[in-house]
Ligand binder design. Sequence first.
Ligand code: AMP
Ligand code: ZN
Length: 469
Amino acid sequence: MIRLSDTLSGEVRALDPLEPDHVRIYTCGPTVYGPAHIGNFRSFLFADVLVRYLRYRGLRVTWVMNVTDVDDKIIRGAAASGETIDTLAERWLTRFIEDAAALRMMPPDAQPRPTEHIPQIVELISTLMDKGHAYRTDDGSVYFRIASWPAYGRLARLDPDEMRVGERVESDEYAKGDVRDFALWKGPKPGEPSWDTVIGRGRPGWHIECSAMSMAALGPSFDLHTGGVDLIFPHHEDEIAQSEAATGQPFVRTWLHCAFLQVDHGKMAKSTGNIARVSELLEGGVSARALRYALIAVHYRQPLSYGDESLAAAAAALDRLDAAMASLETYAEDRADDAELGGVLLAAREAFESALDDDLNVSAGLAAIFDLVRDLNRRIGSRALSTADAERSVALLRDLDRVLAILPDPAETLEPELAALVEERSAARAARDWATSDRLRDELLERGIAVEDTRDGQRWRRLVAAGRG
Ligand code: AMP
Ligand code: ZN
C-alpha cells in the first residue's frame, strides 16, 4: 500500500486513485524564460520518481507537467532580447527538454502551455465571474474575490486576518476590492502580448493557468498535484480556490510538496543568483547520473544541501553500484545455484518497496539496494553464485532501476579508440606482457575507464567519479 503525505490535511494517506488503477498527476512545470536550475530539477525529478514508482507498481499513470510560456519574466526577457515571447519560450523549452533528458526525467504524458489554452482559461474565469467569485476592474483586469471563498488559506494554514501580509501590492492594483485578491486576468498594457476574448483584451495570470490546464487534461478532480514548497502559497492556495469555486468539486486528492535544494543553507533561486544549471555542470565534467542521484537521494520532504560533497558522495555510490553490476554481468561459475539467493533477492525487493511505499522514501530504498550489493559482493568473492544466480541478481537490480534510473545504460559502448586500448591490453595479458598491460591500464584509468582482472577475465567500466559516467 502506497502512503503519501498530503500538505492540505497534514496526514499521511493511502493512495486511493479516484479511477481504479489510474493515477492522474499534475506537476507545476518550468517557466521558460531561462534555463531551469538544479533546484527546479529537484522538484521535477521528485515527480519523475513518483511516476516511475507508481508505474513499477503496475498502476496506469497520466502525468501532466505544464510549461509556462507567458508571464512577466518572459515578457521582460523577450523585450530585452528583441524577440517575440514565442521565440524566447521555444528556445528555453528546447533547453529544458535537453536538460530533462540528460537527467533521465521521463517525458510527461502532456506538457500543456497557457498560450494554447486561452479559451479554457477564459471559460474558467467567466464561470467565476458568473458565480460572483471574480470581478473586473477599470483597467480590464479580473480579480478573484477572496472574501467569497471562506475556505481560502487552508492549504497554507493562514490566519485569515493576516493573509497576504508581506506580499507586494503592485501600484497598478489599486483598483482591487481587497488587497488580498489576486489577478485571474491582466488587462492589456502597451508592449505586452494580449488576447481578444469575451472577458476583454488581456492575458492570463499565472495561477489560473494551472487550474485551467490541469482540469482540461485531467478533469475537475484528480489524484495528485506536486510542486516545490514555495508554491504552497499563494500559487496552490489560489489554484484550489479558483478550481473549487468554479466546479463545486474537490480539486485535488493529495498535495505533495518537495522541500528546497539549498546551497550554503539558503534556497537555490534565480533571484539570489546562487544557481547551478544542468548543462553547465555537465559541460564542467559532472556526471549526469551522479547529478540525478544527488537530486533524488534525499527524501523529498527533507531539505537537500547540495554541493561538491553531495556530488562526490553520489559519484562514489554509483561507482560501487557500477562495480557490482560489472562483476555480476561478467560472472561465470559452473556450479549449483546458491540456495540462499532467492530469499536474499526477495527480501531486497520487499525492503525497497516498503521504503518507497512509505511516502516515497528514496534514501531508504537506496539503502536496501546497497545492502543487497554488499551481500552480492560477498557471494561473488566466495564464488557462491552460479552463472544463472548472477543473471537473476542483475535482473533484479535492473528491475528496481525502473524507479530510480541511476544504473549505466546497458547499451553503453566504449568509444572505438578506448575499445582498441582495452583489446590491446587483453592481448598483452594473453602474451604475459605485464609491463604493457600495466601501462595500458594506467592510460585507460587516466581516461576514466577502470579495467579489472577477475577470474571471469578482464572487464571495463566507466568511472563515475571521473565525471564521465
Ligand atoms: P519556477 O520555474 O520558478 O516556477 O519553478 C519550478 C519548480 O521548481 C517549482 O515547483 C518550484 O517550487 C521548484 N523550485 C524552485 N526553486 C527550488 C529549490 N531551490 N529547490 C527545490 N525546488 C525548487
Ligand atoms: Zn502551477
